[in-house]
Design a protein around this ligand. Sequence first.
Ligand SMILES: C[S@@+](CC[C@H](N)C(=O)[O-])C[C@H]1O[C@@H](n2cnc3c(N)ncnc32)[C@H](O)[C@@H]1O
Length: 216
Amino acid sequence: MDTFLRDEDLWALSITVKGRCNCSCSYCHFYSHRDRKEFSIDSSDELYDNYLKLINEIKGNLHKNIQVRFSEGEPLVLGNKIFELSNKMYEITGIEPYVLTNGRLLNKDIIEKSKKNHISAFLVSIENPFDEADGAPKTKEVLKLIKELDSEEVRVLPAIMIIKNNMFKNLLNIADYVYNEIGLLPSFAELTYQAYESPTDEELGELYTNIMIKHL
Ligand SMILES: C[S@@+](CC[C@H](N)C(=O)[O-])C[C@H]1O[C@@H](n2cnc3c(N)ncnc32)[C@H](O)[C@@H]1O
């Protein structure tokens, strides 16, 4: 069967491995309109096994270049179970997944265990340092952690930073701040899903100025 993908394209799959989270970021789309205490969609072992079958199906019949990430609530809340999942993923599909995390539970021990248990990397979400959300980890601490734990063997890298419309005007300052701390930049993202708000004309102008200025 054909897809619209070219051989060199990457098909990135995201798997919900843990419904609960140890943060309570005010803007989180995963919990918007849901009660954090009531809402838990941890994947069952049976569902996980079905994901693995699906991945092999895709790899065998549709597209070979596949990347898998563990995400949703907070994967590291799984404790050591995350290594059972990564090992099983590797045994059955040959893929070493990476983990999208808020970083709160990330430490040296987890990195050491990841080396032996086929986790390829940790992508750590980062708060806008000039607009830290209630309930989220502090930007400075997360950047420090990334700097301490990143290694060739298991990369620990900055992931998504939410930039709200009223912060478009600070985009360059935000980028400078992160780059000065760790020498890398995160991916900047707008709020999505129910949290999305249309920028005003003024905010769009500020976005344009902040992005275009470096091309002049
Ligand atoms: C929902 S979290 C789950 C994984 C993990 N707990 C983490 O913090 O990375 C995944 C990513 O979604 C982003 N996110 C949360 N709410 C969002 C929203 N309303 N719009 C866009 N991205 C959002 C977070 O910033 C985070 O980088």
